[in-house]
Ligand binder design. Structure first.
Ligand code: RUQ
Ligand code: CUA
Length: 657
């Protein structure tokens, strides 16, 4: 750890020490003065706060004294916030909101050239998008286990995938394909993170070109799964090396990649084999009843290795810049096969050994456990029961399942532990059902408060689940928290799953959009950096060509505009006066010269909507036009030192005459 530098730091350190010593003494004397022993005071406390023994037991399992660290980090989607929430487990302390799809002022995300370029990657049809419906985060994997290197997350509304580098917890890339009009089965990774999978939800004609669903739904509307190629050495998605598989317009839902025995395959649910497209004022039934007419929908089984070969062999067609394996090719070449599944399913989750695929149908009280070996045997023998209207081979339901487990009302998503158990969320029954994967029998049910959607267990979707903690991600909070008006937070409920019976430990409100999925990783797999190397551009990971060295600060007029080379260090900017002329294009290059851990500076200019965060060592660029003449204070927006308020200056824009 770096020693805090400067007078202000040593003064505050002494102050903190004094406060700590003083605080410790006074609290101790309070206890002794009252004459109550430790156990008596605990009983008094329990009585005063109306706590049962079970409450205290739960508290002891989550309470994390100051200075202690958590055992796991949970990366939860931030829902409409377009962000990712990082939460420590078991303390349930929020550690960070990672800005992803939405501009975020604290991190200066979307204000400097670097992060503006990241957000621009997510434009669709030339339009800026300032929100996202983030659903499913996916940690990068190596051999089917989290490796702690990267995190991906999908935006359901706008069909985008973001790449977050876990060396600095910052978003590095956003990609989108105009081929599709949204996603839901995203992001899911293949076991070595070769691909990040993004599947459509609501079908559109490719490229969103106009077509009337009343006449052309069956022929023109399509779903697709995009396999975004991930280049691990660059830490970026390579759109050129990515491809898509065309699907019928069956409204695909969640997805999961095969692992171990089922590696090379991916599984996608669908909920609309009825081909309903709406039109409740055009003589059609409402969407929701149209969607659930048929008894069965289709689990899509995709052989992505085969698809990869076909793309290499030139059997894909380029549409909207994406290589697409057309439906007819996918059906004929064994890339796409259907297995009937109970109607309107939601979650599809592959077991840790890769042998079974658990599908939960919202309208079915069962979880259906498909056997990959049985599915594969039928595909290999070309033993098909029928074909769908698009020519895709359909297997027999009976011959594809290992069995069904009677779960209860409204099963959605499934996670796993290290003892062969599965945990399925039951939305309607509002419980977590724990069941044995081998015996297909329910072992325990834990009530949740209320209406659980996803759930996440420690490393619970990898080949080595930890089985320690589980978080129920509840949609409704009702009577769990103080009232804050008609819009309520979500409720994350932490549970201990080490014993036969699940034990509820803690309620945590999440007041930022509606989170969907989360993943929980052991902290020792994460190796984030403390500071950037001097002059580093976080987007390239290299020293910027515009990096500013101490004593080389300057303002230069060049043909492309005025270049400001500025440094920030406690507690001043150099230069602190910057003069330009009205109409100049300004290229502001700024370096935080600090190498002390946590010595972040902010940089803001009044009225110009400029506000960035510069972490120790970081280099940042801002480009703008000085169109408004006048005097504009600039200052540091992070309380960095005792003389933080003095860390200021002026941006002077001389009027044009
Ligand atoms: S899906 S719970 Cu994206 Cu279930 Cu929301
Ligand atoms: Cu630098 Cu406040």
């Amino acid at each position: 750890m770096h020693q805090p530098k400067g007078i202000s730091r040593s003064l505050s350190a002494i102050g903190i020490m004094a406060a700590l010593v003083g605080g410790a003494c006074s609290s101790k004397s309070e206890v002794t003065k009252g004459g109550v022993g430790t156990s008596a005071s605990l009983t008094d406390l329990m009585k005063a706060r109306n706590l049962s023994e079970a409450d205290v037991n739960a508290a002891l399992k989550t309470y994390t004294p100051t200075g202690r660290m958590d055992e796991y980090l949970t990366f939860a989607s931030g829902g409409h916030g377009g962000q990712v929430i990082v939460i420590g487990v078991p303390s349930m302390r929020i550690l960070k909101y990672i800005a992803v799809f939405t501009p975020e002022p604290w991190q200066g995300y979307g204000f400097d050239d670097q992060t503006k370029a990241v957000l621009a990657g997510g434009k669709r049809f030339g339009k800026d998008l300032t929100w996202a419906d983030t659903h499913h985060p996916a940690l990068s994997e190596q051999g089917g286990d989290y490796d702690g290197k990267f995190l991906f997350i999908g935006d359901k509304a706008n069909a985008r995938i973001a790449v977050i580098d876990l060396s600095d917890f910052e978003t590095k890339q956003i990609v989108t394909s105009e081929l599709i009009g949204g996603d839901h089965g995203a992001a899911f990774v293949t076991p070595n993170t070769d691909y990040i999978v993004e599947t459509t939800q609501y079908p559109v004609p490719f490229g969103s070109v106009y077509a009337d669903p009343a006449k052309e739904f069956k022929d023109k509307f399509r779903g697709a799964a995009i396999f975004w190629r991930f280049d691990r050495t660059k830490g970026r998605i390579d759109p050129e090396a990515s491809f898509a598989v065309e699907f019928p317009p069956y409204t695909q839902d969640l997805a999961d990649a095969g692992k171990l025995t089922s590696d090379g395959y991916a599984f996608f649910n669908s909920i609309n084999t009825e081909l309903t497209w709406g039109g409740n004022q055009e003589g059609n039934p409402p969407m929701e009843s149209g969607y659930s007419k048929n008894d069965m929908d289709y689990l899509h089984v995709v052989n992505w290795r085969k698809a990869e070969e076909l793309v290499k062999a030139g059997k894909a067609e380029t549409i909207n810049g994406m290589k697409v394996i057309r439906l007819a090719t996918a059906a004929a070449e064994g890339v796409l096969t259907f297995v009937p599944e109970s109607k309107s399913p939601h979650g599809v989750d592959v077991t840790p050994d890769g042998e079974d695929i658990v599908v939960s149908g919202k309208l079915d009280t069962h979880g259906t456990v498909f056997s990959f070996a049985k599915i594969k045997a039928q595909i290999d023998a070309k033993k098909f029961e029928t074909k769908d209207p698009y020519g895709v081979p359909v297997l027999s339901f009976k011959d594809s399942i290992r069995g069904q487990v009677e779960l209860g009302l409204g099963p959605l998503h499934t996670q796993f532990d290290d003892k062969g158990n599965a945990y399925t969320s039951l939305f309607l029954e509002t419980v977590v059902a724990k069941w044995s994967v081998k015996d297909l029998k329910v072992i325990d049910k834990m009530p949740t408060h209320y209406n659980i959607g996803h759930l996440v267990a420690a490393e619970g979707d990898t080949i080595h689940p930890d089985g320690k903690y589980l978080i129920a991600m509840n949609k409704w909070a009702l009577d769990r928290f103080n009232k804050v008006g008609p819009l309520l937070p979500q409720n994350f409920q932490l549970a201990d799953i080490t014993q036969t019976k699940m034990q509820l430990l803690y309620d945590m409100p999440i007041p930022l959009g509606e989170p969907h999925y989360a993943q929980m990783i052991k902290v020792d797999k994460l190796k984030p950096i403390d500071v950037y190397t001097p002059g580093e551009d976080p987007m390239t990971g290299k020293r910027s060509v515009n990096a500013v060295e101490p004593n080389k600060e300057r303002v230069e007029r060049r043909p492309d505009g005025v270049h400001v080379y500025m440094t920030a260090i406690r507690s001043h900017f150099t230069p602190d006066i910057v003069r330009v002329k009205q109409g100049d294009t300004v290229h502001w290059h700024i370096d935080n010269l600090e190498q002390a851990y946590d010595a972040t500076h902010g940089f803001a200019i009044n009225s110009y909507n400029i506000n960035i965060s510069i972490e120790p060592g970081e280099h940042s660029d801002i480009t703008f036009v000085a169109d408004k003449a006048g005097v504009f204070p600039l200052y540091c927006t992070e309380f960095c030192s005792a003389l933080h308020l003095e860390m200021a200056g002026y941006f002077l824009v001389e009027p044009k005459i």
